[in-house]
Design a protein around this ligand. Structure first.
Ligand code: ADP
Ligand code: ZN
Ligand code: ZN
Length: 843
């Protein structure tokens, strides 16, 4: 193997292909497919990934540049992941480097660093000739200092050098020019491994005991340390810090022992453990219910044979899906394979983690965006180095670097957060299925409300490339009923004079819970809602100057903020348009509900959980713990309170406004409403106490609300599929959203039209272009260009084209090709084209 094909980290489209590098003899042992390397590219050193190796016999190119450095002892990517990245770049029209990088923790997103070392030059040239370079006549001393400084370690970074000699830039440049100093580049990671000074015995235990007896009197402190270490021989090496604090001795005492040769102080690598010091109550497998047994038997047959198969586990809330996951994982681990568990980011609660850590202990690595960069890196390393066999995490856990993956579980598979909104815009479900296909693993997609795509795929042959085996669990594991759901028509409330945000039904149900000391979860469906500021005199609405959307009022800081770009400004006291004082905020935020609760039920204890109260690390967990310990009567929040919580004393769930998201310009609005209502209703009455749900709505007759309150998934699906089929939406076709943006509107308009025309022309030539109404299987239809729902974002205008298509034709490749051709022909760096394949967000 003499040539490595490398994907380099250079943000230019023309570099989205492998480049050849020769492999120096000294690196041959270390380079594999998946290695991260530093390579010269132009005048720079950049990071890259080896995607294939070739023997040099076939290609002889003496001009090939060599790989400079291998950046890790163990390649961070496996050939399997490299192949998956290749698939992603085609499937989601993204660059290969961005797919590869999405698989790695942030800590490994290395950047080039300039390194300075001493050059190999003769004494005369080492110091400047005063006559030749009079301007440097005085620099001799400075040069000597710099030479000494670098000589101490042999090599320093440019940054370190500038910090030590902030005034010497000219001198350094001069030294570099003469070759007294030489510059090289290397890739430096954002975050290194954590090292710890550790103490161990340097001699055998018997020898140590003997030494202890003969210890000189005057070194009593050292003797103490030695005896302490002998006592703890079984758990050595131990952290130096621990020894110091346990015995209240100084580091020099311990050093003294080392000098005498009794002990050894060394640096060891440690993992930053985000769950350090936490005890997880060990749990054992539960005897399965009859329903669970059937499901488990079916899946374990596939695991037994190590086949690739996809299961769609449709189980109502509380049906015991998690127990199925746990036992299937056990089965997989028993075969010496590993398992990855994906949960939506906001459901990745400590409660969830506890269930996996409780069963599989320290073999569980958690991959979570709330962890620090260092913690995330170390959890990832535990997997890569084979010290963890189960990964629990959000979306990106699908890339967990296991070597022998046997099972991927995706809980709440319908969640839109499984789709990444920035590049690479991948869906974890498709990536999971693809990866499992590659390595012969099983996939379990679990949900009480499967996405229409997955459900439809399990019932019919579709264009989507997977056909899962449907498994159902229609009853709760503990035998209790699903909670009764009351739908309250809020229009009626208003007619009868109730202007409060609480219906009489919800009010009395809350009062009952307070009396009985039971708990309530209140959901405010904030999606599509806004707490905007409006002038009641002239109708002025405060909007973001950059984004064309209304600003949201935050009472805590008394300012207005844009949720898209972060723009903030003080809340106006007078209307900027007409000067009226009647300017105030509208809509219902969680803070308003909290205030209202306080007024209606004096003394009520409310825990509010929303983006404002959960920004701090660990705050989410703290709030939930408080609620579990019954320090509050009500848990009030947004979507966050709907997922995965399991509290025995919650007997009431209230939904303040069920339909606030129904009118969004999104064809999934009904599906999302149905899912959210089902999820949150599932939080009630999960244990001994029976549960009740009150749903407040202004459109109670809407089928998503009717069927959610009847716990009737099938009827909802039937009705929704009818709509989708009629309007040509997924799962009856696929979508690609192409968004073009530019700071100048007229230019953008022309380019967007150009794009649409070119795409249409090409599709027509291939005989793909047409209407989806026709019964042909291979068809592409194009809508737009039109202004995006958010027509201006962060100062850029936006236009979009929606492509609807069906069949085995390569529409994704075509859409990308036309975008690249447009970019090449207009050569305007201000133009950005974003391609979103199978978009989840249409806003
Ligand atoms: P889901 O994930 O489907 O919503 P869970 O896994 O949270 O359901 O299970 C609901 C409750 O039922 C939990 O309290 C769980 O401990 C309990 N449970 C699940 N399976 C069993 C079983 N086989 N025997 C007894 N209790 C069970
Ligand atoms: Zn006004
Ligand atoms: Zn904005």
């Amino acid at each position: 193997m003499d040539i490595a094909k490398v994907i380099v980290d250079v943000p230019v489209r023309s570099t989205d292909r492998p480049f050849d590098y020769s492999i120096p003899e000294s690196l041959k042992l270390w380079i594999e497919v998946g290695s991260r390397v530093a390579v010269p590219f132009g005048h720079r050193t950049v990071q890259g990934f080896v995607v294939s190796l070739e023997s040099g016999e076939t290609v002889v190119n003496p001009g090939l540049k060599p790989i400079q450095e291998v950046l890790d002892l163990l390649p961070p990517l496996s050939p399997e992941l490299v192949e998956l990245a290749d698939w992603m770049s085609k499937r989601y029209a993204c660059r290969r480097i961005s797919a590869l990088q999405a698989m790695l923790p942030t800590a490994l997103k290395g950047k080039a660093e300039r390194l300075i070392s001493l050059g190999d030059v003769e004494e005369e040239t080492a110091f400047p000739d005063d006559e030749l370079f009079p301007m440097f006549a005085d620099s001799g001393d400075e040069e000597r200092l710099i030479t000494e400084f670098i000589g101490r370690t042999g090599e320093v970074s440019m940054k370190q050098l500038t910090r030590a000699f902030p005034e010497a830039a000219e001198t350094v440049k001069f030294m570099l020019r003469r070759g007294v100093l030489v510059e090289s580049q290397s890739i430096k990671d954002k975050m290194g491994k954590k090292k710890l000074k550790a103490v161990d015995l340097a001699i055998g235990i018997t020898a140590a005991r003997e030494a202890l007896n003969k210890f000189p009197k005057k070194s009593a402190r050292q003797k103490e340390v030695l005896s302490f270490l002998i006592e703890r021989e079984a758990t050595l090496p131990m952290a130096l810090k621990e020894v110091l604090s346990a015995l209240q001795v100084t580091a020099s005492t311990v050093k003294g022992l080392e000098e005498k040769g009794f002990i050894e102080i060394s640096e060891i690598e440690v993992y930053r453990d985000p769950y350090q010091g936490r005890d997880f109550k060990p749990t054992t497998p539960l005897p399965l219910t009859a329903e669970q047994e059937i499901v488990y038997t079916r899946i374990s047959r596939t695991l037994e044979e190590q086949l690739h198969e996809v299961f769609l586990l449709h189980g109502v809330t509380g049906s015991g899906k998690t127990e199925i996951y746990l036992q299937c994982i056990k089965r997989c681990l028993d075969q010496g394979r590993q398992a990855a568990v994906l949960v939506p980011e906001i459901a990745l609660t400590p409660q969830m983690v506890e269930r996996f850590k409780g069963r599989f202990g320290s073999g569980v690595a958690v991959m979570h965006s709330r962890l620090s960069v260092g913690e995330r890196y170390d959890e990832w390393r535990k997997i890569r180095e084979g010290k963890a066999t189960v990964a629990v995490g959000a979306r990106s856990a699908v890339f967990a670097p296991f070597s022998n993956l046997g099972l991927i579980i995706m809980d709440e598979e319908h969640e839109t957060s499984y789709k990444q909104e920035e590049n690479p815009k991948y869906h974890a479900r498709d990536a999971a299925i693809r990866r499992a296909e590659q390595c012969g693993a099983a996939v379990i997609l679990g949900s009480a409300t499967p996405s229409l795509e997955s459900y439809h795929a399990s019932r019919a042959q579709t264009d989507i490339h997977f056909s899962p085996v449907l498994l159902e669990m229609p009853t709760r594991a503990l035998g209790n009923e699903l909670p009764k759901v009351n739908v309250v028509d809020m229009r009626e409330e208003l007619k009868e004079g109730n202007r409060s945000m609480f219906s009489r039904k919800l009010h009395s149900a809350l009062a009952e819970r307070l009396e009985r000391g039971e708990q309530t979860v209140l959901l405010l469906n904030r999606r599509g809602f806004s707490t905007f500021v409006m002038c009641r005199s002239c109708g002025y609405v405060a909007g973001c100057p950059e984004c064309d959307i209304s600003l949201t009022y935050h009472s805590r800081s008394d300012n207005l903020r844009c949720h898209y770009c972060g723009h903030a400004e003080p809340a106006p006291k007078l209307c900027p348009e007409c000067g009226s004082e009647h300017i105030r905020f509208f809509g219902t935020g969680t803070q308003r509900v909290e205030e209202e609760l306080g007024k209606l039920f004096p003394g009520i204890r409310v825990i509010r959980m929303d983006v404002d109260t959960t920004t701090e690390k660990g705050s989410h967990e703290k709030l939930l713990n408080q609620f579990r310990d019954k320090k509050a009567d009500v848990l009030l929040g947004t979507q966050m309170v709907a997922k995965g919580l399991d509290f025995p004393d919650v007997t009431l769930v209230g939904v303040i406004t069920a339909d606030s998201a129904l009118n969004l310009p999104d064809f999934r609005a009904a599906e999302k409403t149905f899912q959210l209502l089902t999820q949150v209703a599932g939080r009630a009455g999960r244990h001994q106490l029976p549960g009740e749900v009150v749903v407040q709505s202004y459109t109670p007759e809407h089928y998503s609300i009717v069927h959610a309150s009847g716990h009737d998934y099938l009827s909802f699906v039937r009705e929704e599929l009818k709509h989708r089929r009629g309007l040509h939406y997924p799962p009856y076709c696929r979508l690609i959203l192409v968004t073009l943006s530019h700071e100048q509107l007229p230019l953008l308009l022309r380019m967007a039209e150009n794009y649409a025309m070119n795409l249409q022309g090409k599709a027509r030539n291939l005989r793909w272009y047409g209407s989806l109404d026709k019964l042909t299987t291979d068809v592409l239809d194009l809508l737009g260009p039109v202004a995006s729902p958010i027509p201006r974002l962060k100062g850029r205008y936006r236009f979009q084209c929606m492509i609807k298509w069906r069949g085995a034709i390569d529409v994704i490749g075509l859409v990308r090709q036309v975008a690249e051709e447009l970019e090449d022909s207009v050569r305007d760096a201000g133009l950005q084209i974003s391609i979103d394949v199978d978009p989840q967000m249409l806003m």
